[in-house]
Write a protein that binds this ligand. Sequence first.
Ligand SMILES: Cc1ncc(COP(=O)(O)O)c(C=O)c1O
Length: 389
Amino acid sequence: MDFNKIIDRENTKSVKYDGREMTFGRDDVLPMWILDMDFAAPEEVTKSFKKRLDHGIYGYTMLDSDCRESVCNWIKNRHNWQISPAWLSLTPGVVPGVNMAIQAFSKPGDGVIVQPPVYYPFFAAVENNDRRLLYNPLQINNGRLEIDFENLEQQASKAKIFLFCSPHNPGGSVWSEEELERIAEICLKHDLTIISDEIHADIVFPPAKHIPTASISPETAARTITFMSTSKTFNLAGLSTAYAVTSNPVMREAFNSTEAKLQVGYCNLFGIIGLEAAYKHGQKWYEKMLSYVKANIDFTVNYFEQNLPQIKPLKPQATYLLWLDCRELKLSQSALLSLFVNKARVGLSDGTIFGPGGEGFMRMNLACARSTVEKALGQIKQAVDNLKV
Ligand SMILES: Cc1ncc(COP(=O)(O)O)c(C=O)c1O
């Protein structure tokens, strides 16, 4: 697999490419926003699609025991967490799963804690279900987004659910065992359900190590539903397939019956073909992808330090994202957006959509060829330099 290769994604029904006009008002920006990669998925995944495609019948599909086993093996090998095949529930994505979990484990009016700046569909998942958003804003300490435990404790006393992003998007914090234990202690004390979105669990850079929230202790597992997926790890987001892991049978039953009520029980055929093939045969591709993306991140962080010190990226422990602190440019958010879109012609995500703490920030997706990164950085530098003229 050559990650340097540029693959033309235009006119492929790609949101990232074909949705630029709609999102940025122009289609000539280098797209570094929505979270998929510009890399072809592992060859073994494509081969397994072709094999199944040749069968010619694409009827209703179920999560079979082979597929369940491949998920359990991947989680055991990568995260040292032994789960049972029966704990898995398939969902048409992590976000739909989070919505269903909110419905299953709370009532309208209940409080749900989120930690902004955070993956913005979390806000809609709470508000669209008529639950109350409770904020525990993260704080930047030594270049890392960190948890304010005192405020978390206060919010927990008014909440029913802790909606957790682990590792964190944006900013790429990987939560340590000590942090997870403190969260677990607070959630236990205030009897909160933990919804742990661990979609970025595999995109973690050593020495950081992802620890599944539910693996912290049996008491934590008993109140946690975990969401994972192959969509970020193997670039399969278009297949709309994810899964929940719930060890507590009462919680699992509640979640499954909420899903059943929505009548979304069958799964995407190619979603589970891809999931199984990626987990069984994608390891080599995955390791190469991780080191390629890490090199892109190091290159970009270094570029800003050397050439554009007014923009300060947080150094991520996880994800293929950079959270760019642009506050030193002293621009309004709309001027900042216009600088990137209309001057630099680079399409990044607007920091303010991630909620409080996002003002003055932009999020950059670096899962692309190095030449694209270099081009984008050159264009950003020129646009910033021109500000002074
Ligand atoms: C934290 C987080 N959760 C969920 C998702 C999306 O998951 P899905 O496409 O499976 O709904 C993303 C995608 O960017 C994400 O960053």
